[in-house]
Design a protein around this ligand. Structure first.
Ligand code: ZN
Length: 154
């Protein structure tokens, strides 16, 4: 089965781990900024959106990374048991579209809705318009779908 993995977020000033389930970000575990002594040192956030309903994401705090990790895993178990493959696809698509928009801006390209004609050129060189943009992003700027079936778990 697909397991959770973690990657250090080097952009964050405090120790922060981005937790992944395959290619989907499942949440974060992060050390808090210096607070009053005795306050919990770690916080965690579990779940992703879109691809879930409001209120399904959970968060909490803990005294140690290990405690935060255990609480996160328990929350993920609940969150994951309520997910369908389509939920993961929804998040992947949203993530890919957001990344594409930033790549367009970084390349100095305008999005079709920002042009008078409704047509533009993708940073990859392809001509796009209001009706073809979504299909173009799906076909050219999304990783291939990962096959996974939440019903099949070890
Ligand atoms: Zn393109």
């Amino acid at each position: 089965m697909t397991t959770l993995t973690r990657r250090r977020d080097l952009q964050s000033p405090n120790e922060t781990w981005r937790i992944f389930f395959g290619d989907v970000q499942a949440g974060t575990i992060a050390k808090r900024a210096e607070g009053p002594s005795g306050s919990p040192a770690w916080q965690w956030f579990c779940g992703f959106y879109p691809g879930s309903h409001p209120g399904e994401q959970q968060a909490g705090s803990a005294q140690s990374y290990e405690q935060a990790r255990r609480a996160f895993e328990a929350a993920w178990h609940v969150f994951f048991s309520n997910r369908s493959p389509e939920d993961f696809d929804e998040w992947r698509e949203h993530h890919a579209f957001t990344a594409w928009k930033y790549a367009m801006w970084d390349a100095g390209c305008r999005l079709p809705p920002q042009t008078p004609s409704g047509r533009s050129r993708c940073f990859c060189g392809t001509l796009i318009d209001l009706t073809t943009t979504v299909a173009h992003i799906r076909s050219s700027h999304m990783p291939p779908p990962q096959s996974f079936d939440p019903g099949q778990r070890d």
